[in-house]
Design a protein around this ligand. Structure first.
Ligand code: TYD
Length: 217
């Protein structure tokens, strides 16, 4: 794809999926591909991505000693980190015409704290709207994988309090939650089989993003 073809409009893309679904690998491949087509790409990771967000991340992921956090406090902390990220990084990047790629965004709160922990999804939506000032992704890619396979892919040292602290049924509810969210909003979501071969999956993602960028111009 020639650089001039895709220069121009900004786009906000989020990747979602259970732990170990290979999001970070696919995000790196997509970012590289878009950059070589001449696009400015900004990648962000939730929670974190700003100085305040990284401190919140350390609390949330129990770095330096796990601390118990109530699911409501979890939801507020994730959204505090998200508010800072939207204001400081995502909005300025979109205003410059960049492509922003997020490794998780608000849908993770709905899936984990809502479907997983059982908090009321409609109340979470209100909190998310407040935190993001209404910013939503243009395109969300769900790397779908059974929770069981996702967890098996993650090495022990790579596991966070979220993988250690919750049982298989929790992760199954999260995976089901993501599928429900995708089904409810098919114009924004694309569901991909995360167990597909890495190169084939990357090509499929590149094609989806190319079509979305072409449609946006
Ligand atoms: P991380 O190590 O970034 O996981 P991954 O590599 O799978 O993205 O840890 C983030 C964890 O936080 C992950 O288990 C999902 C969870 N999470 C929530 O529970 N709510 C949220 O709003 C977000 C963004 C993440």
């Amino acid at each position: 794809v020639a650089a001039s073809n895709e220069a121009g409009s900004s786009m906000f893309i989020s990747f979602e999926g259970p732990d170990g679904s290979g999001k970070s690998t696919q995000i790196a491949l997509l970012a590289e591909q878009l950059r070589s087509a001449g696009r400015e790409v900004v990648t962000v990771r939730e929670p974190g991505g700003t100085p305040a967000g990284e401190k919140i991340r350390a609390i949330l992921l129990g770095e330096g000693g796990a601390v118990p956090v109530d699911p409501r406090a979890d939801a507020l902390l994730f959204n505090a980190s998200r508010a800072q990220l939207v204001a400081d990084v995502i909005e300025p990047a979109l205003a410059r015409g960049a492509v922003v790629i997020a490794d998780r965004f608000a849908d993770s709160t709905l899936a984990y704290q809502g479907y997983g922990s059982g908090l009321p999804v409609e109340e979470l939506r209100g909190m998310i709207r407040f935190a993001t000032a209404g910013r939503t992704p243009d395109l969300t890619l769900l790397l779908d994988l059974s929770a069981e396979r996702g967890l098996a892919r993650k090495s022990g040292s790579n596991r966070t309090r979220f993988e250690e602290g919750f049982d298989a049924a929790f992760h199954e509810r999260v995976a089901t939650g993501f599928r429900s969210l995708a089904a409810a909003e098919p114009a924004r979501w694309r569901v991909l089989d995360a167990s597909a071969e890495q190169g084939a999956l990357a090509a499929e993602i590149a094609q989806i993003v190319h079509v979305a960028l072409s449609a946006k111009r």
